[in-house]
Design a protein around this ligand. Structure first.
Ligand SMILES: Cc1ncc(COP(=O)(O)O)c(C=O)c1O
Length: 390
């Protein structure tokens, strides 16, 4: 018998809700609007650039920091979209997806006992890595329906032991886009407590209704305090590529690069070539991406509303939230999502799984980055189900 067991942090972790719901969805042949990935092939020219590099280019270990070509393209992207001067050689690190970027940032910066401020609802990879690094989570619960927070909330969680804050903007799962006033309030606390920010901005090009995306790193006084994370998966609708990137001041990036060195060391060079090409595409590509996802958001929001759901506003990401409080269902959001999969043939994700301390149990998350025909079919099923159930 093996007497030694695995790390309880991972051993005792339940199977993720995405896997549970996807399996249930398959079993019931439901339309899966749970997990967030687009169901198209991604831009042809970007895929061709990667294919060409695979067949005709260099296929050995690229630089640990990322190919110079991609790092230069990322510096160009920062200048073009955010008027931010970035030294490609010392301020950019390419990673194997934003997930690895987050892991490298948290492992590279947190020392055991450091306090880490997080907002809930939050992306599921944050807490396990904060804990693995020995960080002590200090959580601010955002308040529905606008997912707001107050100065008092920050006052409660910041202390001289705060090492860093993690912010996801635009925010998965609820589609909140933090405005300048909110970011400035956070900036004030980062400066007052001499803390860093790890800024998960993977949905930077999926912001709707003409709103700007404001990278935290562009706020006055934050240039040296922020690590900005992006993902080619979201920017080019190629989530399987797992190419991410971090931009930040050399002193902050240096320990993160050391962590990355022993996590993955580097990332497939042909995919880096595809992303470098993609970042050079004209503005129409980037505005077109946001416009097409905005249209899908509107299509699904309209359909859900017609079916009888109360839909909350979503200003970014791939997701929108429906409030199930008034639907007469007895049970929480998880039970509702299971029932919806079985009875209506449509799968959503319960929002409570994105909370660690104060879960709300009356919201479910739908993903809208799917073919219009699939969104319409899901809405038809929901209308039939709602008509039967009310
Ligand atoms: C908020 C957030 N951060 C990070 C990631 C991970 O991105 P990647 O696929 O590049 O690892 C995702 C993916 O869904 C996400 O929603």
């Amino acid at each position: 018998m093996l007497a030694k067991v695995g790390n309880p942090l991972f051993r005792d972790m339940p199977t993720t809700i995405f896997e549970v719901m996807s399996q249930l969805s398959l079993k019931h042949q439901a339309i899966n609007l749970g997990q967030g990935f687009p169901d198209d092939r991604g831009p042809d020219d970007v895929r061709h650039a990667a294919a060409d590099a695979l067949l005709n280019g260099y296929n050995q270990y690229p630089s640990m920091l990322g190919t110079p070509e991609l790092r230069q393209a990322l510096a160009g992207h920062a200048r073009r979209f955010y008027d931010l001067d970035v030294d490609w050689a010392s301020e950019v690190l390419v990673t194997s997806g934003a997930t690895e970027a987050l892991g490298a940032c948290l492992l590279g910066l947190i020392e055991p006992g450091d306090e880490v401020v997080l907002f809930e609802p939050m992306y599921d990879s944050y807490l396990p890595i904060v804990r693995l690094a020995g960080g002590v989570p200090k959580i601010v619960t955002l308040k529905a329906p606008d997912w707001s927070f107050t100065r008092d909330d920050l006052e409660r969680v910041f202390s001289p032991r705060t090492k860093l804050l993690v912010i996801n903007n635009p925010l998965n799962p609820v589609g909140k886009v933090f405005d300048r006033t909110e970011l400035a309030l956070i900036a004030e606390y980062l400066q007052r407590f001499d803390a860093y920010a790890v800024c998960d901005e993977v949905y930077e090009h999926l912001v709707f209704d003409g709103r700007p995306h404001i990278p935290m790193i562009t706020l006055p006084g934050l240039r040296e305090r922020c690590l900005k994370i992006g993902s080619a998966g979201k920017t080019f609708s190629l989530t399987g590529w797992k190419v991410g990137y971090i931009t930040g001041a050399p002193a902050l990036l240096q320990p993160v690069a050391k962590a990355h060195q022993f996590l993955t060391f580097t990332t497939a060079p042909n995919l880096q070539a595809g992303v470098a090409y993609g970042l050079g595409k004209d503005n129409d590509y980037f505005t077109g991406l946001a416009a097409s996802q905005q249209a899908k958001r509107d299509r699904l929001a309209r359909g859900l509303t017609e079916a009888g759901f109360k839909v909350l506003p979503s200003s970014g990401t791939y997701f929108l939230i429906a409030d199930i409080a008034g639907m007469g269902f007895e049970g929480d959001d998880a039970a509702f999502c299971m029932h919806l999969t079985e009875a209506a043939g449509v799968t959503a994700i319960p929002v409570s799984v994105f909370f660690a301390e104060n879960p709300v149990r009356n919201f479910i998350r739908f993903c809208f980055c799917k073919q219009d025909s699939l969104l319409d079919a899901a809405v038809d099923r929901l209308k039939t189900w709602c008509a039967r159930s009310v």
